[in-house]
Design a protein around this ligand. Structure first.
Ligand SMILES: [Zn+2]
Length: 372
């Protein structure tokens, strides 16, 4: 137990979320509990992880969650481990929610995306179908997040684009997608910046510079692909070609990267299997599954096309494998599923209570100590 690597989880504590400030001590080695000397609360070493308050050993939970993240059928796990079905579903839900927090904390940060591809997959839930829309950064193969909805409309794509925007810096950005018109509308409405002039009323919204859009429309005769049409919706051919060169090493406008990722999701989530019998009982199950599969893909899975060669003497080469998170510079090593489930997302820093006039001396001392 190392108190220098943990932080206080109490939402009202002025020292919440801060690591290595000397406010945490060991309360009990036997019960694996820490104490915060600022707010005097004690907390378990598993607080903030997916293992919090679970009675089963962490190794069994990690094993079961790993199998779920790679598409092992729930019934197989129930039989093999002798667990109750509800227990396994509960672990899947809590690990999915944990992965969503990790994703929001580490992936949803502004970065130069270059090229983003978006697509939707059709899934089955009890009583109908559901659409899962997802985004991918092409150069690092980083999964940028996904959204679920019962209809494939502008509202769904707009929420997806808001997620992509949370990951984007205002730099040249190319979107490649299918012929769905909702993308064009959603991208134009989301990628805008408010210009504050100090006058009353809603500020004027100015579109981002350097947003390019391209569509890939596939035409089928029966089940056979007969033609592919590539359309430029926004931007010149030269600008788009320059971004394609930077993000995928040249080539043509395509949606191949997101389609490959869709195949991974289809293989790992039973409700997305084409012509399968399985369906998800609730949309929330599909939502937690999506975050579990997506985050394990980003942080724990080496991507063959992301490997880099290191030249050794005598012309030999050593290949270094990388995960999408390594390629995006989020981490420097491949995480295990246990690393992912035990990652503690830090709480945002404490903000002093709002009040008119001066704060008391005691509060001023806390502000000076913990807000600087
Ligand atoms: Zn505290």
């Amino acid at each position: 137990m190392d108190p220098q690597t943990v932080f206080c989880h109490s939402p009202t504590c002025p020292a919440r979320g801060q690591i290595g400030r000397g406010n945490i001590g060991v309360h009990s080695r036997e019960d694996r509990r820490y104490i915060c000397h600022v707010c005097k609360t004690t907390f378990s070493s598993s607080k903030g992880t997916a293992f919090y308050r679970l009675r089963t050993s962490q190794d069994v939970v990690v094993l079961v969650v790993t199998l779920l993240a790679f598409g092992c059928p729930l019934q197989a796990i129930v039989v093999a481990f002798g667990l109750d079905e509800r227990t396994v579903i509960n672990w899947q839900k809590r690990s999915g929610k944990h992965c969503q927090q990790v994703h929001q904390h580490l992936v949803e940060r502004p970065r130069d995306l270059g090229q983003v591809q978006g697509d939707e997959i059709r899934g089955k839930v009890q009583g109908g179908i559901v659409w899962m829309a997802m985004g991918l950064q092409v150069s690092t193969r980083l999964w940028l997040g996904g959204v679920l909805s019962t209809s494939r409309d502008t509202a769904l794509i707009t929420i997806l684009m808001q997620k992509v925007r949370a990951c984007a810096l205002c730099r040249p950005l190319l979107f490649c997608m299918d012929g769905c018109q909702a993308y064009v509308k959603a991208i134009r409405s989301v990628f805008r910046e408010a210009i504050h002039t100090g006058t009353a009323g809603r500020p004027h919204l100015r579109p981002w510079d350097g947003i390019f859009m391209a569509q890939v429309v596939k035409q089928y005769a029966g089940k056979r692909l007969v033609a592919i049409q590539r359309r430029l919706v926004q931007g010149s051919a030269a600008q788009v070609q320059a971004l394609l060169q930077r993000t995928q090493g040249g080539g043509t406008i395509n949606t191949a990267y997101i389609e490959r990722l869709n195949a991974t999701f289809r293989a790992c989530i039973f409700a997305l299997v084409r012509r399968g019998r399985a369906l998800a009982r609730q949309t929330t199950t599909l939502h937690t599954s999506m975050y579990l599969v997506g985050t394990v893909y980003n942080f724990c899975t080496d991507h063959r096309s992301l490997r880099v060669a290191i030249l050794l003497p005598a012309g030999r080469r050593h290949w270094v494998r990388r995960t999408p998170a390594i390629a995006a510079g989020i981490t420097d090593h491949r995480w295990t599923v246990k690393d992912l489930l035990s990652f503690q997302v830090p709480l945002p820093r404490w903000a002093p209570p709002k009040k008119r006039g001066k704060h008391s001396r005691a509060t001023q001392a806390l502000i000076q100590q913990w807000c600087s």
